[in-house]
Design a protein around this ligand. Structure first.
Ligand code: CDP
Length: 203
């Protein structure tokens, strides 16, 4: 069975948590497409060459989840040749037998416009910045909350305003605002949606 779940949304909206849980529940493979851009961003040198030469080991680096890697990712992500170099890998992953969940910014709009399920996960910049700040250690984090909020806003701006594959919901995406939802509640809604679209459910 080929079945693609596309989960898009801005930084720290909850895409990763929801995607991993959906993949686990339905036995689908999961690809965090942000890791591709983060890896290209932290590799330095020519980003187009880095994107063309990306290996699985590059995706296993332990420095991909830092704020700096997120900023570097969104800077290389505006380059059309970088996006083009990463496109086929993502499409192949999406159509593998057994079902796939991909999370990112342009999965429902560009990578998999025919995905069986499209979810656009969002929350206010303040809520998302607080989550990212807590992930980084809260009061013990190297950066104050205000600095994290400024970085979230900067990355949102770059991701939404770029010419190639800007962050926006697909016309047929289901919107999920996680601002007032627990992680479990958000996961439950996503799983209900996927279950309703599985072959044989007639949705
Ligand atoms: O985890 P978080 O939401 O903070 O970020 P991420 O999903 O790891 O993505 C990091 C950056 O990569 C984003 O800010 C985008 O600029 C870029 N990206 C993209 O352009 N397209 C994707 N499909 C995934 C990420």
């Amino acid at each position: 069975m080929q079945f693609t779940v596309a989960i898009d949304g801005p930084a720290a909206a909850g895409k990763g948590t929801i995607s991993r849980a959906v993949a686990l529940r339905f036995g689908f493979r999961h690809l965090d497409t942000g890791a591709l851009y983060r890896a290209v961003g932290v590799m330095g040198g020519d980003p187009v060459a880095a994107a063309r030469a990306l290996t699985p080991e590059d995706l296993a680096r332990d420095d991909l989840r830092t704020l700096e890697a997120g900023q570097a990712a969104s800077r290389v992500a505006v380059i059309p040749e970088v996006r083009a170099a990463l496109l086929e890998f993502q499409r192949r992953f999406a159509r593998r037998e057994g079902g796939a969940v991909l999370d990112g910014r342009d999965i429902g709009t560009v990578i998999c416009p025919a995905a069986e399920v499209k979810l656009f996960v969002t929350a206010s910049p303040e809520v998302r910045a607080r989550r990212r700040w807590l992930e980084l250690g809260g009061e013990a984090a190297a950066k104050p909350y205000d600095a994290v909020l400024a970085e979230v806003r900067e990355r949102d701006g770059r991701d939404m305003n770029r010419a190639d594959a800007p962050l926006k919901p697909a016309a047929d995406a289901v919107l999920l605002d996680t601002g007032d939802l627990s992680a479990d509640a958000a996961i439950a809604r996503a799983c209900d949606l996927v279950a309703s679209r599985l072959p044989g459910k007639g949705a």
